[in-house]
Ligand binder design. Structure first.
Ligand code: GUN
Length: 284
């Protein structure tokens, strides 16, 4: 079997065109949607992500502000800036890029963001709303994965899904979104005893670990859908995901590539969440 490649670039392009239309409509009514991006420190990967997020805003008619601080920024000063952004009517979404330097408590920072501007969906109020089935914002990466399932008509109801990784950003919300759609969900992680035992029975495997080759061809059922959330570098410095794409593409039914899979979708869903926040603010 040769897998269908799930094209995150093509789907992003389509969804971003819808974002641009909604942004233009809001702007015409005097409510241009605005995203505030905050980066602390000089993590090179974070710099690339942040640059791409700002460019995506510019390309689709959203206003963006960018605060770039040295790693020495104090927690108090960061909290002060978030408070200003919470009150700024031009700003509908606030994104503080993670990870933060060690001396800053990221939990405290996330909790300082007004829930109605928390376009990452990381605030406990938003995590709780998602858990109880009334999400205000779905975290961008798992939300993007759900859009891929929808676009490629991959059935979720009754499907057996394995999520590898239990982070607050991807693994846990991914599991909740799959559960909401009627999948039977297993969350595996670094302490799981026999990963292959779980993945071999799965119709869908989502890998979100941050480590290469956690999933190989012998670990899945023929025809399974494989979603790769990983962003790693191989020995030659080339971008690669968490799964062995070369081996899996001959066994899977659907598979996402890296790059060009989940990555662009994460940014697209950030734009979607920001538009939704702006539409709510405009209607208030
Ligand atoms: N760092 C890695 N992924 C993310 C994300 O989705 N949002 C934020 N704020 N930081 C991240």
């Amino acid at each position: 079997m040769t897998a269908t490649i799930i094209d995150g670039n093509a789907l992003s392009k389509k969804l971003r065109a819808e974002v641009a239309t909604r942004a233009a409509a809001l702007t015409a009514r005097g409510h241009q949607p605005g995203l505030a991006v905050v980066l602390v420190g000089d993590n090179p990967a974070s710099e690339v992500y942040v640059r791409n997020k700002i460019k995506a805003c510019e390309d689709n008619g959203l206003y963006s502000s960018y605060d770039r601080y040295p790693a020495s920024l104090s927690e108090a000063d960061l909290l002060k800036r978030i408070d200003e952004l919470n009150r700024d009517p031009k700003i509908n979404g606030i994104l503080v890029q993670l990870p933060l330097p060690k001396h800053i408590d990221s939990h405290k920072v996330i909790e300082a963001i007004a829930p109605e501007k928390d376009v990452d969906g990381f605030h406990v109020a938003n995590a709780g709303a998602l858990m109880t089935g009334q999400p205000l914002f779905r975290p961008c990466t798992p939300y993007g994965v759900m859009k891929m399932f929808e676009e490629y008509k991959i059935p979720l109801e009754g499907a057996s899904a394995v999520v590898i990784g239990r982070s607050n950003i991807v693994g846990k919300p991914m599991a909740l979104l799959l559960l909401e759609k009627g999948a039977t969900v297993t969350i595996c992680h670094s302490k799981t005893r026999d990963l292959a035992k779980h993945t071999r029975d799965a119709d869908i495997v989502v890998a979100a670990v941050g480590k290469r080759n956690v999933l190989t061809a012998d670990m899945i059922k023929p025809g399974a859908t494989v979603i790769d959330v990983g962003m790693n570098r191989d020995d030659n410095g080339k971008l690669c995901g968490d799964v062995d794409f070369a081996g899996l593409k001959d066994v899977a039914g659907f598979i996402t590539p890296v790059p060009g899979g989940v990555g662009p979708m994460t940014i697209t869903m950030l734009l979607v969440n920001t538009i939704e926040a702006a539409e709510r603010a405009a209607a208030a």
